[in-house]
Design a protein. Structure first.
Ligand SMILES: [Zn+2]
Length: 379
């Protein structure tokens, strides 16, 4: 590496540090210098192009204590944004966020996507992206899919068979002129709890139930994807060796006992809102269905905890909606089975992000890349 390259790398590294501090919260140059360990001169030098390019803005001076008035820097309200999009079996969703993670626009449109062709799906997603795109520059789009993704291609998505083998990121990029990053919805829902705010620490498992069960495993502040994108398939962890036949070909998978369709069927309900009403009314069949699912989920999660030794489980999606009736059964099974449980209790949380967790994660994939590779902000 030449000296010039080396200096450029150091500068980009410092820029990343400053941007990360600003994602945390706005701050004056002096405050940012204190938080990053950089000198005030270096800091002024780094923030100047960010101000000149409309990425940051300097707020009017505020008097703080006895010292000189400080002018906090924060992300510009007209600065670049990212869009997240989600293709689901039963809906499409989009959301735009700023570099600070603030939501600008979002939409969730119920739509049965099971038989749609890849072109139909991508046309509708592109249209939704256009609807939520405002005048602010777009850094790119994140696209979430309920399936296994490798190298920009969907390699497994049992409920959206028309999308298998399709280069979805490329197709959406052609339609929108945006750089598109494709990832699995469970990974992105997990990322939404990690970036731009840590909602569950640096090590946790995020688990949701839809048609299947999706889990995102976060280790050391990164989503663990595995070698080919298959990591975190909690739904297909076996909890009964000769149990119920699963769509994957195996038997006794967690999904066959704790999936949302199984809970609804056992409870004699067709939809989640009607199940919730039955639970609130104390319907014994509904309560038992959810408790049984909670036990099965707790057994599966116990296995995951014993493998990865993470301290926290976040229940998201429909599991977050069912949390009040679900968590005791999950917790008691984990407490019985997790070896580290003797040392510390595994913490169980309901996700605060609701039905927009996946799209927030998809948009976050793009803003996080821009902060980690700040040269992308200057093109
Ligand atoms: Zn299975």
């Amino acid at each position: 590496m030449t000296t010039v390259d080396h200096l450029r790398q150091v500068r980009l590294g410092n820029l990343r540090t400053v941007l990360l501090a600003l994602v945390d919260r706005p701050g004056s140059r002096a405050d940012l210098a204190a938080r990053t360990g950089l000198t005030k001169a270096t800091l002024s030098n780094l923030t100047e192009p960010l101000l000149a390019n409309g990425i940051l803005v300097e707020e009017p001076a505020t008097l703080a204590g006895m010292g000189r008035p400080s002018k906090p820097l924060r992300f510009h309200p007209d600065g670049p944004v990212a869009v997240g999009a989600e293709i689901n079996v039963s809906h499409l969703a989009v959301e735009t966020i700023g570099l600070d993670g603030e939501t600008l626009e979002r939409r969730l449109v119920p739509a049965d996507m099971r038989r749609a062709t890849a072109d139909e799906v991508l046309d509708r997603v592109a249209e939704l992206i256009r609807e939520v795109s405002g005048p602010r520059p777009l850094l790119g789009a994140g696209l979430a899919i309920p399936g296994v993704v490798h190298d920009g291609v969907v390699i497994r998505t049992p409920n959206l068979p028309n999308l298998v083998g399709v280069r979805l990121a490329e197709g959406l990029s052609r339609r929108t002129d945006l750089d598109v990053l494709l990832d699995n919805e469970a990974n992105l829902a997990a990322l939404a709890h990690l970036w731009p705010r840590h909602l569950a620490g640096e090590d946790f498992v995020h688990v949701t139930a839809d048609v299947g069960i999706g889990a995102g495993v976060v280790l050391n502040g990164e989503v663990y994807r595995g070698v080919s994108g298959f990591a975190g398939e909690l739904g297909h962890v076996v909890i009964e060796r000769n149990g119920v036949l699963c769509t994957c070909g195996s038997r006794g998978c967690v999904e066959r006992y704790a999936g949302l369709d199984v809970i609804l069927r056992e409870a004699g309900r067709r939809r989640l809102d009607s199940l919730c009403k039955a639970l609130d009314a104390g319907d014994p069949k509904a309560l038992e269905a959810v408790r049984n699912a909670g036990e099965a989920l707790g057994v599966g999660l116990g296995t995951l905890m014993n493998l990865f030794d993470v301290p926290t489980v976040v229940l998201g999606g429909s599991y977050a909606v069912l949390y009040d009736h679900l968590h005791e059964a999950v917790q008691s099974e984990m407490d019985r089975r997790v070896l580290a449980g003797g040392e510390r209790h595994t913490r169980l949380l309901a996700s605060p992000l609701g039905e927009f967790a996946v799209v927030r994660g998809a948009a976050g994939l793009v803003t996080r890349r821009a902060v980690q590779q700040p040269e992308r902000l200057f093109v």
